[in-house]
Design a protein around this ligand. Sequence first.
Ligand code: FAD
Length: 502
Amino acid sequence: MTVWLLGDQLNPTITPLESADHVLLIEAHAFAERHRYHPQKLTLVFSAMRHFRDELRDRGYEVTYLRAETFGDALDRYFEANPGDNLVGLHSPSHGADDRRRRLVEARDGTLTLVENDLFVTTREAFDAWAGEPDDESRTFRQEGWYRHVRRETGILMDDGDPVGGEWNYDDQNRETPPPEWSAPEVPRFEPDGITEEVQAFVADRYDDHWGDPEGFVWPVTRAEARHALEHFVSARLSEFGAYQDALLDDEWALSHSLLSAAINLGLLRPREVVDAAVDAYESGSAPLNSVEGFVRQIVGWREFMRHVYRRSMPDLATANQLDQTESLPPAYWNGDTDMQCLSKAVEHVHDRGYAHHIERLMVLSNFALLYGVDPAELNEWFHLGFVDAYHWVTTPNVVGMGSFGSDVLSSKPYASSANYIDKMSDHCASCPYAKSKTTGENACPFNTLYWDFLKRNEETLRGTGRMGLMYSHVDRKDDEEWDAIQERATELRERAVEGEL
Ligand code: FAD
């Protein structure tokens, strides 16, 4: 039996491999041009695939590894050598990918049988049984309910039917900013070996117009390296993960975040083993419950939820735009050239490593785009090409749903905030020329002006939306003079943003 695995299914313990002796892997080079992916993302995927090929061969599998322009070109070659072959694969979480692959194989007189993708903790059937059938639009559901359901079903952090410690959630302990003398534990670096260097040279040559720094590659490309990254996280970073997970610092790009998303999304790590490692740390007393619960929630709550919501909401989710936002991203998203310290740092992090942590993504990069009025699909494209962990199934619900409020499928209100939040959680505002407490006039922080402008512009849609009452009670307190000043400053900021002078 031949198993055709994709570049994000790189795990030697996936079920179909148990009964297979032959594996097909295709490195499709034109596919990598569909979006101008970050050079480090392309290096990561191609290098991880080549390392996986070698690992499978060491384990005794016969591996056909094809480098081609497209899947179609590679399959032409494959079926010429193996006419009528029956391939087995894992379902892809990305919309339409299964049908496309099946059509490509059938057009060459082969067959493709797809089985459950066991690189997730939960199955599609389990989610649909909990949430109701996808076409039942009367059902609404939220991540918190799903998270509790998964905890109960799996027994993760459960104690005789109750959540360990008595609470489902310890976020009230997870909103600290580190003291000034704190520095983050060193990030493990995985120095490029010969294979990675070869891929880096290929990527630099072929994709030389892609945005992002090709140098400074730190990501694990093998399962062994990914396991090392996990162990390092659990022993060095997990204990402070919870407390500092929402913080933003000028001189820290990683804080105590796990930096594991790229390895998990490639299949190098199973989400369940990552969760188990964190829970073991709690049980052995080396990490506190607020950190471990917070981390577990990200994986079995948010990550699994995003995957299922995406599956059920596509294709509409990709173009959802309930606020009718139509602006283009300002040039600062490409050159980081802005006096706004928070935005400039976040863009720099993405450019340099293809990574920014969750709060930079949500409360800086997508919050600013939301307030500014950027088309969610354009923002989605920026995230998709900018990040090493980006795949359509995970980027789209996070960017279009959570970050842009293009649809209310993920939250009942937008994640919109003024400078207040960033000031509370970061040290950025202290060195920023913009005045964090001003909304109008010279030097007023763009987050403030655009926040009120956003609420006003979207009043018709948002005023009646769940949990927006408090915000609109503040809107109602502003008089015409204040609104005129906000309007004037917003217009000026927009002009400057377009000119690249924000
Ligand atoms: P940690 O902070 O250490 O979190 C642990 C793990 O939890 C992550 O590795 C990830 O596997 C999982 N996780 C946490 N939150 C989410 C979430 N909302 N959705 C899915 N998984 C989650 N994640 C991606 O993997 N790919 C993306 O393209 C992506 N784009 C995002 C875009 C926006 C606008 C936002 C708000 C979030 C996005 N996320 C994405 C989710 C999250 O920000 C990243 O998974 C996380 O920052 C990765 O860094 P980390 O591994 O250090 O995570």
